[in-house]
Design a protein around this ligand. Structure first.
Ligand code: PLP
Length: 362
């Protein structure tokens, strides 16, 4: 390995496109003949404002964000948004509906309980979060301020293949699948994502919010978490995560060059298809999620033997295929196949799994 890049299947922070890293490296110390790094620029400078505006405009273009919605860059990651969503939106009726389909949606619901009444509209705990509820299975309550769901469950490897509907604004945590496919933005009151998977280095949340929802915040809402203030100050109430925003801009340019969201979707289907096809024909490895709920970003699988799983993860790493251990709360394996994972990386993984299966007959 040494100086070579390896295939990193980490769930996040995770791989960034190589051309993006190379571009960032080439202008690390002197951005666009400014004589300084983007890291060193005042966020109030003209040069930085251009980077910021271009990044936001590209995000609007690539995700087809309608004018009704504003794009915000906030700190505190997706976890910060668990609180921000409740503090900003719960005030409408004092109640909200949450679908619990995994660890992060459970944490989001728990956080929201601090600020109002939470009704659990679906809970897949009994099925060990291997399934996704259908629309008809959602127990939506009358008078909810919003309905929250997690569009892709990073730990369990399940993903909603439809946009749920509700009589109130729909709020989605898309931390691990935003930018991987076209999204019905207008069907959501709010979408948020910790950027460290498909979008940029860790340290920021991207938020897409219907402007009509701003201004209903609970009086205790910290100014830094207020959507109204963040909209009014164009994400610069305080110093924004300037370098993250610049890196997001580079990633967005790469996404556009690669065919935008339909290009990302095709690559996504190719990557996940290779691995799921292998799993469906394997006698050693089994996919963890129900077929109808499978995530095309995080593929979870196991051998059924914890020692063999550990051996697999060890030997894969020795072969340049790293970070394949499942999340500590579920064990087994997980291959995160975000936008920046080359198809070749998945081919190598599948080849390796085939060899491992031959050598470890049960
Ligand atoms: C779906 C989802 N939501 C929320 C989070 C938490 O994100 P953060 O670490 O940015 O707070 C994660 C992190 O892995 C995630 O995968």
């Amino acid at each position: 390995m040494g100086k070579e890049r390896i295939y990193n299947f980490s769930a996040g922070p995770s791989m960034l496109p190589l051309p993006v890293l190379e571009k960032a490296a080439s202008e690390l110390t002197n951005y666009n003949l400014s004589g300084m790094s983007v890291m060193e620029m005042s966020h109030r400078s003209k040069a930085y404002q251009e980077i910021f505006d271009e990044t936001k405009a590209l995000m609007r273009e690539i995700l087809s964000v309608p004018e009704s919605h504003e794009i915000l860059f906030m700190q505190g990651g997706a976890t910060g948004q668990f609180a921000a969503v409740a503090m900003n939106l719960m005030g409408a009726t004092g109640k909200a509906d949450y679908a619990v389909t995994g660890n992060f949606s459970s944490l989001a619901a728990k956080e929201a309980k601090k600020y109002g009444e939470v009704h659990i509209a679906a809970d897949t705990t009994e099925k060990k979060h291997t399934v996704i509820p259908r629309q008809s299975e959602l127990d939506l309550s009358a008078g909810a301020s919003y309905f929250h769901y997690c569009a892709n469950n990073t730990i369990y490897g399940t993903e909603w293949d439809y946009t749920p509907r509700a009589d109130c604004p729909v709020v989605a945590d898309m931390s691990s699948n935003l930018l991987s496919k076209p999204v019905d933005i207008a069907g959501h009151g709010l979408i948020y994502a910790g950027v460290q998977k498909n979008m940029a280095p860790a340290g920021m949340a991207a938020v897409i919010v219907d402007k009509h929802l701003a201004g209903r915040e609970l009086p205790c809402t910290p100014t830094i978490l207020s959507y109204k203030t963040t909209i009014e100050k164009d994400s610069m109430y305080n110093t924004p995560p300037t370098y993250n925003i610049y890196m997001l801009g580079l990633v967005l340019k790469w996404v556009k060059e690669m065919g935008g969201l339909t290009g990302m979707e095709q690559l996504r289907d190719l990557r996940s298809g290779l691995l799921y096809d292998f799993l469906d024909n394997s006698k050693l490895f089994t996919g963890c999620a129900e077929k109808s709920a499978r995530s095309k970003m995080n593929v979870t699988f196991r051998t059924g033997n914890a020692d063999l799983d550990a051996k697999f993860v060890r030997e894969a790493a020795a072969n340049g295929l790293v970070s394949l251990a499942g999340h500590r709360i579920v064990g087994g394996m997980r291959a995160s196949l975000y936008n920046a994972m080359p198809v070749e990386g998945v081919r190598r993984l599948v080849d390796f799994m085939g060899r491992f299966e031959l050598n470890n007959k049960i």
